[in-house]
Design a binder for this molecule. Sequence first.
Ligand SMILES: Nc1ncnc2c1ncn2[C@@H]1O[C@H](COP(=O)(O)OP(=O)(O)OP(=O)(O)O)[C@@H](O)[C@H]1O
Ligand SMILES: [Mg+2]
Length: 333
Amino acid sequence: MKDIITLGIESSCDETSVAVVKNGREVLSNVIDSQIKIHEQYGGVVPEIASRNHVEAISRVTHRALEEANIKFEDIDHIACTYGPGLVGALLVGVSYAKALSYTLNIPLIGTNHIQGHIAANYITHKDLEPPFLCMIISGGHTHLVYIKNYIEFEILGKTRDDAIGEAFDKVARVIGLGYPGGPKIDKLAKEGIPNIQLPKSRFDNLDFSFSGIKTAIINLHHKNPEINRADLCASFEENVTQVLLDNVLKAVKQLDIKKVALAGGVSANTYIREKFMELEKTHNMKVYYPTPILCTDNAAMIASAGYYNFINGKRSDLFLNAIPNLKLGEET
Ligand SMILES: Nc1ncnc2c1ncn2[C@@H]1O[C@H](COP(=O)(O)OP(=O)(O)OP(=O)(O)O)[C@@H](O)[C@H]1O
Ligand SMILES: [Mg+2]
């Protein structure tokens, strides 16, 4: 069978990324141009600045991705670009560029869901992973427990009712003075602490999550006692939220009688969360998957992988494709 070459384009937030992926799982290049340094000074992503930097970067990043993969534009079989969810101005840059390329090269375009991309990052890291499985999506904007029925069909079993877990990591880090982006900084500092601080745990009858309570509790604790041991606070926070994730995953495992679980999204780079999920292999006879760290946060290889599966399942977009900032997983037409 002829190889299928996908060009993936990702611009939903503050990373301009373009990747070349062969047959959905083999990464030939994955160029990520991060704007973290630019947004760091504002303590978070400034949407208008992000859009302008995507415009400046997109063509350069694309040419570098082709160069690193050692291919030409004519070798690409189809294009997959993120069209949501994300920042509208940022998304529009990738979508417009992808449409122009698709028209010029006369090859199919597939608008691809960013969250489907986060899930697909696991297919690149684990060549043997196939649906069905459970996926715990933990990112900057999402906390979704999803049943992956097949490569293109998803059922959301539970989700956060307020803040995403990544938002909680970033907010806690900012309040205790660790800076932006907070996730990796909490990950590092927590290793020096002991989880000895009592924090509230959210629990629902269904498989939903909530992280605003713990975030507020930490803000209040730090406000009342600015000298509180920050390493202990980070360790306690991580232990608390990880337990909430594990509790819901185990409930879902029981309900669906499924033994495979994958982590996805930026927060799945967290070493403590990975370690605790890995323990399920021994304690619950499960198989646990997570992407390599570079594929956890935003990148175009994961979009190319998800786009490839959309492509071989017959999905196509036309040149009316638009950015959809609040695009939902599993609700696409
Ligand atoms: N080691 C880590 N530990 C905890 N959190 C981390 C770690 N590394 C990154 N993160 C968090 O991951 C988040 C970014 O992930 P990602 O890029 O997937 O989110 P996003 O693209 O902004 O949101 P979404 O994918 O939901 O649209 C940030 O909140 C960041 O703090
Ligand atoms: Mg993301």
